[in-house]
Design a protein around this ligand. Structure first.
Ligand code: ADP
Ligand code: MG
Length: 184
């Protein structure tokens, strides 16, 4: 009987999958996150080899440095690469080779978050030792069940991402960076 049955706009599902058609679209998400990421915060990336984690991190680093063509190698062998940007020190970790979560602290993860921000590939390796103030972002090349566009002939290219903010990364901040990715 109420006069205002559905006055509210439907809110985007925070666990929805967003499609990224090209590496450039993933880099653009990285650039939007660069504008939001603060010292003490981490961008935690999850997903298999080739899911697009380094591509996204590259977009983030390039935006922070203001250098669109900067080389941003995957820290597969060095395990961590640190960038001094104006206003923010960013450490880029690749934890693929980690055997125990504690090794991340031996690599300097705590110190990195004391002095700046971190982007962490293979955050799965941290298990229970995840930084409290973080944006969790899962990437996949496999169309996730129920994902928009999953069955429309795009199979084989493109990536999907699903984000969730924790601690200082509120739902509002998370939605703000992810919403820019919706192109329709
Ligand atoms: N949205 C996309 N669509 C198609 N290919 C992509 C996309 N994003 C990244 N790639 C490609 O996938 C490959 C693996 O990406 P990479 O970022 O190195 O993955 P990861 O770090 O997760 O192992 C790269 O060759 C990259 O160009
Ligand atoms: Mg990588």
């Amino acid at each position: 009987m109420g006069n205002r049955p559905s006055m509210q706009q439907p809110r985007p599902d925070p666990r929805a999958w967003t499609r990224f058609d090209t590496p450039e679209a993933l880099e653009a998400l990285g650039a939007r996150i660069a504008g939001e990421l603060r010292a003490g915060e981490a961008l935690c990336l999850y997903g298999a080899l080739g899911a697009g984690k380094t591509t996204l991190a590259r977009g983030l680093v390039r935006a922070l440095l203001g250098a669109p063509d900067a080389e941003v190698p995957s820290p597969t062998f060095t395990l961590v690469q640190t960038y001094e940007a104006e206003g923010l020190t960013l450490s880029h970790f690749d934890l693929y080779r980690l055997k125990r979560p504690e090794e991340a602290f031996e690599l300097g993860l705590d110190e990195a978050l004391d002095v700046g921000a971190a982007v962490i590939e293979w955050s799965e390796r941290l298990e229970g030792a995840l930084p409290p103030n973080r944006l969790d972002l899962r990437l996949t090349a496999e169309p996730p069940p129920g994902a928009e566009h999953a069955g429309d002939g795009h199979a084989g290219d493109g990536r999907w991402g699903q984000a969730r903010g924790m601690g200082h990364w509120t739902a509002e901040r998370t939605e703000a960076v992810m919403a820019g990715a919706i192109t329709e």
